[in-house]
Design a protein around this ligand. Structure first.
Ligand SMILES: Cc1cc2nc3c(=O)[nH]c(=O)nc-3n(C[C@H](O)[C@H](O)[C@H](O)COP(=O)(O)O)c2cc1C
Length: 195
């Protein structure tokens, strides 16, 4: 089916709600994209973030043409991506157009770009390419800084809601009383037969 755009609206038969709902089935992390223009720091929550190339290191973000961020990136031509950690839901809401009153946000600077303190990982990039794609603009960034804090858990986004990685699911204890998975059952049988 040919998709065309008129006035920024989908003019084919794809239902925008179905489009959102299907893409909502793709679980992602949550990032805050940051940039600075004339001393003013701006942040925008984004999950349309992917790695593009390892050599050279490139990443991509997709920004709504109506977003303030879309006016600022062509000016600053540099941006940071803070991958949010579990528990940073309020920060995500804050930078998604739902500012939380009285919320104190601590920025730290990496390679001259402010990023969110306490995030799980950071990337900093220079804008290498911009592509208008329908009602969004794709920004390809040449990555020049990376840092991650492996011990932290990520904030997840799925089906329009925040989720947390359950430690119990990712690292199952073999003899957990309330865990009836095949994994623990098998370990239980091995342990019993060893007696
Ligand atoms: C979990 C989540 C992910 C989002 N991902 C994106 C995204 O990838 N691109 C985008 O343009 N907006 C995204 N948004 C919406 C923007 O964060 C929101 O429109 C924000 O208010 C734009 O800020 P600005 O106009 O001040 O730059 C997302 C929102 C949430 C809650």
């Amino acid at each position: 089916m040919a998709a065309s755009q008129e006035n920024g609206l989908a003019s084919n038969s794809i239902d925008p709600r179905l489009f959102r709902s299907v893409f909502g089935r793709f679980a992602s992390g949550v990032t805050v994209v940051t940039t600075e223009v004339e001393g003013n720091i701006h942040g925008m929550t984004a999950n349309a973030f992917i790695s593009v190339s390892l050599n050279p290191p490139l990443m991509l973000i997709s920004v709504d043409n109506r977003a303030n961020m879309n006016r600022l990136l062509p000016v600053s031509r540099r941006f940071g991506v803070s991958i949010l950690a579990e528990g940073q839901e309020e920060l995500s809401n804050h930078f998604a157009g739902r500012p939380v009153d009285g919320m104190e946000i601590s920025f730290i600077t990496k390679e001259g770009i402010p990023v969110i303190e306490g995030a799980l990982a950071y990337l900093v990039a220079s804008v290498q390419d911009m592509h208008l794609a329908g009602d969004h603009t794709l920004y390809i960034g040449a990555v020049d800084f990376l840092e991650s804090r492996e011990e932290e858990a990520p904030l997840l986004f799925y089906n329009g809601k925040y989720h947390r990685l359950s430690k119990k699911e990712t690292v199952p204890g073999p003899f957990n009383d309330d865990d009836y998975s095949m994994f623990s059952l098998r370990n239980f049988i091995i342990a019993r037969d060893k007696k």
